[in-house]
Design a protein around this ligand. Structure first.
Ligand code: FUL
Length: 487
């Protein structure tokens, strides 16, 4: 009996290692663990809030009196519960915008909430928002503007120490941070401690970014660093709410006019598409405001994006493999305005009604080929809930198909496809077809897939459909496929 168990165990062990050897090798660059967690976050909110909220500006000059910051009914609870209750999984707060005013009582400046009228100088917006995020189980991120129009030091080497000291405060005192947002807007007119002049900096050398990134890694190893160039997450190249339908997480930034790419000075169009066979895994974040401006302005209360616009952004960001960072600017009371909440209600209603019923549940999946004829790589793996299982084909196969037989005729108009991106982004083009009277009819033609593709097409009624993977950089490896009838 003992030897039976011994052999059974040995066989199981051999089988396991054989399975590992059978898996496809990663193709090109792949995401880190911290980037995988970021991909799963999918959508989160920006909170633009500072003196500008009260002065009606987008970019404060830096000389604003601290007393200007005085929300009449600030509620971190209202702000964060609004975000969490609408399915957003994180919040990134402008702890300091270009005007230099700090929403926390920084030790390194007098230009902060500690000298404002709000809560008699005892308030700390960063603390309240971060704690509300914890209570609601969503992630918290910080925006700390590199450009500081208040600081007399700006433009001098000493400013870099000042900036890093502030970053240390934010990354030490407010719990786990999921993203550090580094803005590319830089240099120009400002108050600068009363000098009131124009200061330009060298975008390539001034900030010495690699050494600042080291501080972030040391203090918050799980935080993704966002900037025009990454290193973990890249700006999508526009503030209008999209990446291109063909979008790679792999990315090689290109400089402008033959110069070396720098934060604040690079070719934005490449950021919208990423780079086929790009040199690093740096997926795109789509940051866009729910209103025309980033900060709250009373005259924009009637200009909040409607459902059609928010839907479009969802499909063109999350549905093209990016994450969506939607800005909700708190108003002068210190809350999210009712008009913005109404727009979020409409969006959440649309998402819930559209994406709750996966039509492929209970369907049968078959494939043109299964890697090594092994069950672990079979077509059915795209239908299970296991994020680590996938359908794969043999190494030399670049063209393959997955066919789905539904239980009966059903109406649908949207397919969600996810590549198993831990092994790299591979698919370059695909089509979706449905069977009608024994003939295949194309309903969608797409290019890249990556972390998630939402392929949206006209309503169609069918019981059989297939995805043709037409071209890929390496053998297709597909984690999951879902099918919906969206509103
Ligand atoms: C830009 C800034 O200049 C805007 O004010 C805003 O913060 C946006 C998210 O990034 O670069």
């Amino acid at each position: 009996m003992r030897s039976f168990f011994y052999f059974a165990f040995l066989f199981w062990g051999l089988n396991l290692s054989a399975q590992n050897n059978l898996s496809p090798k990663p193709y090109g660059v792949v995401p880190t663990e911290r980037q995988m967690k970021w991909h799963e976050t999918e959508r989160y909110c920006f909170l633009h809030f500072t003196v500008n909220t009260f002065t009606n500006l987008e970019w404060g000059m830096g000389g604003e009196a601290e007393g200007v910051f005085n929300p009449t009914d600030f509620s971190a609870e209202q702000i964060v519960s609004t975000i969490a209750n609408h399915g957003f999984k994180g919040a990134i707060l402008t702890c300091k915008h270009h005007d230099g005013f700090c929403l926390w009582p920084s030790k390194y400046t007098e230009h902060s909430v500690k000298n404002s009228t709000w809560k008699n100088g005892k308030g700390d917006v960063v603390k309240e928002i971060s704690e509300a995020c914890k209570r609601h189980g969503i992630k918290f991120g910080v925006y700390l503007s590199p450009w500081d129009r208040n600081s007399a030091l700006y433009g001098k080497p000493e400013y870099i120490t000042y900036y890093r000291n502030q970053l240390r405060e934010l990354l030490t005192n407010y719990g786990e941070i999921f993203e550090v947002w580094l803005d590319g807007a830089n240099g120009g007119d400002g108050y600068y401690g009363g000098a009131n002049e124009k200061r330009e900096i060298d975008r390539v050398t001034y900030y010495d970014w690699p050494n600042t990134w080291k501080i972030i890694r040391e203090l918050q190893p799980n935080a993704c660093i966002f900037s025009d160039l990454g290193p973990d997450v890249r700006w999508c190249g526009n503030e209008s709410g999209f990446v291109q339908d063909s979008c790679w997480a792999p990315y090689t930034a290109i400089g402008r006019d033959g110069a070396k790419p720098a934060i604040g000075y690079f070719d934005e169009r490449v950021a919208e598409t990423g780079t086929l066979n790009g040199e690093a895994w740096i997926p795109a974040e789509v940051d866009v405001s729910i209103r025309p401006g980033w900060f709250y302005h009373p005259n924009e209360d009637s200009k909040v994006r409607n459902l059609a616009s928010l839907k479009e952004i969802y499909f063109k960001s999350v549905g093209n493999g990016a994450c969506w960072n939607l800005n909700l600017p708190p108003d002068r009371t210190g809350r999210i305005n009712a008009n913005d909440v109404k727009a979020l209600d409409d969006l959440q209603d649309f998402l819930t009604k559209s994406f709750t019923n996966n039509i492929l549940e209970g369907a049968k999946a078959t494939a043109s080929e299964t890697r090594g004829k092994q069950r672990q790589f079979s077509a059915s793996k795209v239908l299970d809930d296991d994020k680590e299982s996938y359908w794969a084909v043999n190494d030399n196969t670049k063209t393959a198909s997955l066919t789905f037989q539904l239980k009966g005729q059903t109406e649908f108009n949207c397919m969600e496809i996810k590549e198993f991106i831990r092994l790299g982004q591979r698919i370059q083009s695909f089509t979706i077809e449905v069977e009608k009277a024994g003939k295949w009819q194309q309903v969608f033609k797409g290019s890249t897939i990556g972390n998630k593709k939402l392929a949206k097409f006209k309503d169609v009624n069918a019981s059989k459909l297939r995805i043709n993977f037409i071209n890929a950089l390496a053998c297709p490896v597909i984690e999951s496929v879902k099918l919906y009838k969206t509103l």
